[in-house]
Design a protein around this ligand. Structure first.
Ligand code: SAH
Ligand code: SF4
Length: 358
């Protein structure tokens, strides 16, 4: 049985061809699945009954199973989705006045082990399938329902949930294409953001295959500190990362990259860090998003105080770098950045290493 949520537009068209069906049938079914939010073939009223019966024999539309749901006092919603064999990932919906942003996960756990990230501390279990990634958007829209104008509430997607999207490249790109395709969600490339810790070769591939808005988890102004905070820096150091950002911008839907910078008290939040950053990003058109560190149990860091964060912002702004401070959303339900834990059976046994080494 083929799960139709696993196929992007091109693949679904090919699958219909294999079944001896016309290509426009794929478009019809896509519109039912994504524009109407339908998962029942019987409801697809413009398909012949015989085709609906055939689809029921060969395919399914397998939407996520939700284990838990929470709503924060600021309206942020979080769903814990079952991804099998004891694993679960989280999806977070953040309502704002003029948009609704969904923060989507791409892996159960993460292998990259950034020092300040609770997902990283759980180790890695597996990549999510295309269906599990796009299914998060499907689910949120389904749960929240269309607004009075008949539009879906999810207007923006950020791949900033659990996992490193560029290490689950193919499934991520298939899901991105469904977010963008006019027969599916039809979001503009500017409204879909991939966040990466800096997997340089995959940034180049993304630029060729599906350029969407790009955010980079920078977090440090030099290699010495970044090697510790974001260990993949040991493989792709800052000089290479900055060059990859410049290459990406040749094809990006926006004319800047966003640097995310988690503010860790006494670690990377000093004035000299800000000044070093300005020199680092000199040749990269960019904006900065400062993220107050969100604590989690046993986290080895503390959040910088607001005064320090604002001073840091002002130094960057004086150098004409547009800098925002990320609002903390949903922290009373542990839905803020870096707090997403889900439940992951750690295949990498990182927890043991940590317990022994820390
Ligand atoms: N793996 C990707 C995307 C997921 S993480 C990446 O690293 O970019 C999404 C963002 O949350 C990243 O910028 C990450 O560095 C940040 N983050 C992780 N842990 C955090 C924490 N405890 N507090 C604040 N931000 C955190
Ligand atoms: Fe993985 Fe991103 Fe967390 Fe680093 S910050 S461990 S890359 S999810």
């Amino acid at each position: 049985m083929q799960n139709l949520l696993d196929l992007d537009v091109q693949q679904l068209t090919a699958w219909f061809a294999e079944q001896g069906e016309k290509p426009f049938r794929a478009k019809q079914v896509l519109r039912w699945m994504y524009k109407a939010g339908e998962s029942d073939f019987d409801a697809m009223s413009d398909l012949a009954v015989s085709l609906r019966e055939k689809l029921k024999q060969t395919a399914r539309i397998d939407t996520p199973t939700v284990m838990r749901e929470e709503t924060a006092s600021d309206g942020t919603r979080k769903w814990l989705l079952d991804v099998g064999t004891g694993n679960a990932v989280e999806t977070v919906y953040i309502p704002e006045e003029d948009r609704g942003t969904l923060c989507v996960s791409t892996q159960a756990g993460c292998a990259l082990d950034c020092a300040f990230c609770s997902t990283g501390k759980q180790g890695f279990n597996r990549n999510l399938s295309t269906a599990e990634i796009i299914g998060q958007v499907w689910w949120a829209n389904h749960e929240l329902g269309k607004n009075p104008e008949g539009n879906w509430p999810v207007t923006n997607v950020v791949l900033m949930g659990m996992g490193e999207p560029l290490l689950n490249f193919d499934n991520t790109v298939h899901a991105l294409r469904l977010m963008l395709d006019d027969h599916a969600y039809g979001l503009s490339r500017r409204r879909v953001t991939v966040s990466t810790s800096g997997v340089v070769p995959a940034m180049d591939r993304l630029r060729e295959e599906c350029p969407v808005a790009l955010a980079i988890s920078l977090h440090a102004p030099n290699d010495e500190l970044r090697n510790v905070l974001v260990p993949i820096n040991q493989k792709y150091p800052l000089r290479e990362l900055m060059a990859a950002c410049r290459r990406y911008l040749e094809k990006a839907p926006r004319d800047f990259v966003t640097f995310e910078y988690v503010m860790l008290a006494g670690v990377n939040d000093r004035e000299q860090d800000a000044r070093e950053l300005i020199r680092l990003v000199r040749d990269v058109p960019c904006k900065f998003n400062l993220i107050p560190f969100n604590p989690f149990p046993q986290a080895p860091y503390q959040r910088s105080d607001m005064e320090t964060v604002k001073r840091f912002r002002d130094i960057l702004m004086q150098a004409e770098i547009v800098t925002t401070i990320r609002k903390v959303r949903g922290d009373d339900i542990a839905a803020a950045c870096g707090q997403l834990a889900g439940q992951v059976q750690d295949k990498t046994k990182r927890t043991h290493r940590l317990a022994g080494g820390a």
